[in-house]
Design a protein around this ligand. Structure first.
Ligand SMILES: Nc1nc2c(ncn2[C@@H]2O[C@H](COP(=O)(O)OP(=O)(O)OP(=O)(O)O)[C@@H](O)[C@H]2O)c(=O)[nH]1
Ligand SMILES: [Mg+2]
Length: 197
């Protein structure tokens, strides 16, 4: 693998958490900074897609560049991760991009690096390489081919907003997960308490 970019999404409403998850510190490090630094260990270039880059100016984010998300006409606040991903993907130059949510406090560099090393043997027809969990693909911690952008934009223009629905129409390579904990998603105050225990 000679070149890899990453996109980190930081534009959700954090309605379950009640405060911006990207700025919550776990082990003394704000989640967005933690995830971006892991992304930067695997990728040459990291794009942070967010409607509000000014919120994160104070974080330590080497090799990261903000992409200010353009709000859709119908909803001035947020339109979900699929649209944020499409806006980031439009900037990507490498064949593969690593997509990450900002709320993954148990992410491990070695797991992402092992996955990245396996991309060379992913069949040409696969648009993505992702892990699987009980409810389907894990879309926000895995890899996508840049050339999936036109299909993604078609899906979005037809009103699609669900990663699972989009992925179900395409070939996806399965990545094996050493332990499910890597994908632990910190969505609620209870999740935070669990992390601090
Ligand atoms: N750029 C961008 N990222 C988003 C958007 N919606 C969600 N995300 C990100 O997608 C990831 C997963 O989102 P969720 O866990 O559902 O977070 P959320 O929407 O902030 O939280 P809830 O309101 O509690 O569902 C997080 O990294 C969010 O920041 C969006 O509209 N734009
Ligand atoms: Mg989440």
């Amino acid at each position: 693998m000679n070149e890899l970019s990453a996109i980190v999404l930081a534009g959700g409403q954090s309605s379950r958490m009640g405060q911006d998850k990207a700025l919550i510190s776990v082990n003394g490090v704000p989640l967005l900074q933690f995830v971006c630094n892991i992304a930067a260990s695997c990728a040459n270039k990291v794009y942070i897609v967010t409607p509000w880059p000014e919120r994160y100016q104070h974080l330590v984010l080497p090799r990261c560049e903000f992409i200010r998300e353009v709000p859709s006409n119908s909803d001035a606040t947020t339109h979900g991760p699929l649209v944020g991903f499409a806006q980031g993907l439009a900037e990507v130059k490498s064949e593969w991009v690593l997509l990450l949510a900002c709320d993954l406090p148990k992410l491990r560099v070695e797991v992402l690096q092992d996955w990245a090393a396996s991309l060379e043997i992913v069949p040409e027809d696969a648009i993505a390489a992702l892990a699987h969990h009980a409810k389907g693909w894990e879309p926000l911690c895995g890899f996508y081919r840049r050339r999936c952008l036109p299909q993604l934009l078609d899906f979005i223009n037809q009103g699609g907003r669900s990663f699972q629905q989009w992925l179900n129409n395409h070939s996806v390579q399965l990545l094996s997960l050493p332990t499910p904990e890597v994908l632990f998603n910190c969505n609620t105050p209870e999740d935070l308490i669990y992390l601090q225990e």
